[in-house]
Design a protein around this ligand. Structure first.
Ligand SMILES: C[S@@+](CC[C@H](N)C(=O)[O-])C[C@H]1O[C@@H](n2cnc3c(N)ncnc32)[C@H](O)[C@@H]1O
Length: 264
């Protein structure tokens, strides 16, 4: 049986079917293994609003910062519950900064948690925010979810995220919703912006410098991760990759090693 996909047949790959039990196995995080999920379930603090499948993604990309002196900036405060969760998860050395357009939330600061009021769609505000906050370890965008807000936020704050920091943009399903400015394959959607960044990530391998050549993103992003509704960028030094051969040939090489490497 062919797996039914939402895209038209000429636009998509064909995969074998996935069983319901396999799907249920992977549906959501296990509180026994995921401290964020456990915190969320027993939430002793303020209200927060999260999709359940996000916890595994957070833990996978944020665990390395636990117990460290680090700065997390979360755009989109709501009632402040997730800021408290980050502080609990990352530990007492963490600096948690919440950014929101709603001035009513300015009172939600507490030791270790700062609130900054402003509009993430406003480049001037984001530049001021970057100066005020300084280098960021984790940038999490859960704000207004409009296309221009998500794109502007990554563009303006990318340089402020530390060379080994991480950017997580969530609710990227709005890229498929017209009321948020999205639309399937719309060039101005956040997902299409992110797909263009995938090209930049691979730009060391471009053979057409007029259309693609290594830039700042190529050299400073180590990986990108696409999940349901989440895009993650892991920063890290990314110099031009090199390839080598080791081991003994299994049969005579019909080309000199240098020629083989040059072709790949
Ligand atoms: C989905 S809620 C955030 C949920 C919160 N992160 C949580 O996990 O509980 C979205 C928040 O983004 C804020 N917001 C909406 N537009 C914004 C903008 N342009 N700039 C900054 N914050 C914005 C809203 O005021 C709201 O508090």
């Amino acid at each position: 049986m062919q797996l039914e996909l939402g895209l038209k047949p000429d636009q998509t790959a064909r995969f074998p079917p996935f069983s319901e039990s396999q799907m249920n196995d992977q549906a959501s995080s296990n509180p026994a293994e995921n401290p964020l999920r456990a915190y969320f379930d027993r939430n002793p603090g303020r209200l927060m609003y999260k999709w359940e499948h996000y916890f595994d993604v957070y833990h996978r990309h944020f665990e390395r910062f636990r117990g460290q002196a680090c700065t997390i900036v979360e755009i989109g405060v709501f009632h402040g519950g997730s800021l408290q969760m980050w502080r609990d998860y990352l530990g007492p050395q963490a600096r948690v900064v919440g950014v929101d357009i709603n001035p009513r939330l300015s009172d939600l600061g507490e030791p270790g948690i700062e609130i900054i009021i402003g509009d993430q769609g406003d480049r001037a505000f984001l530049r001021q925010l970057a100066k005020q906050v300084g280098p960021i370890d984790i940038l999490l965008d859960d704000g207004g979810h409009l296309m221009h807000q998500q794109i502007t936020t990554v563009e303006e704050l990318y340089g402020n995220v530390k060379p080994d920091g991480v950017i997580l943009v969530e609710d990227t399903h709005t890229s498929y919703w017209r009321e948020f400015g999205g639309g399937l394959r719309a060039s101005y959607s956040f997902m299409e912006f992110a797909k263009r960044l995938v090209d930049e990530l691979n730009a060391w391998h471009s053979r057409d410098p007029n259309s693609l050549s290594p830039g700042v993103f190529t050299q400073s992003a180590r990986s990108m991760h696409f999940y349901d509704s989440i895009v993650v960028i892991e920063k890290g030094a990314h110099p031009k990759p090199t390839a080598r051969m080791t081991g003994t040939p299994s049969f005579p090489l019909d080309q000199p090693v240098n020629e083989v490497l040059q072709k790949t």
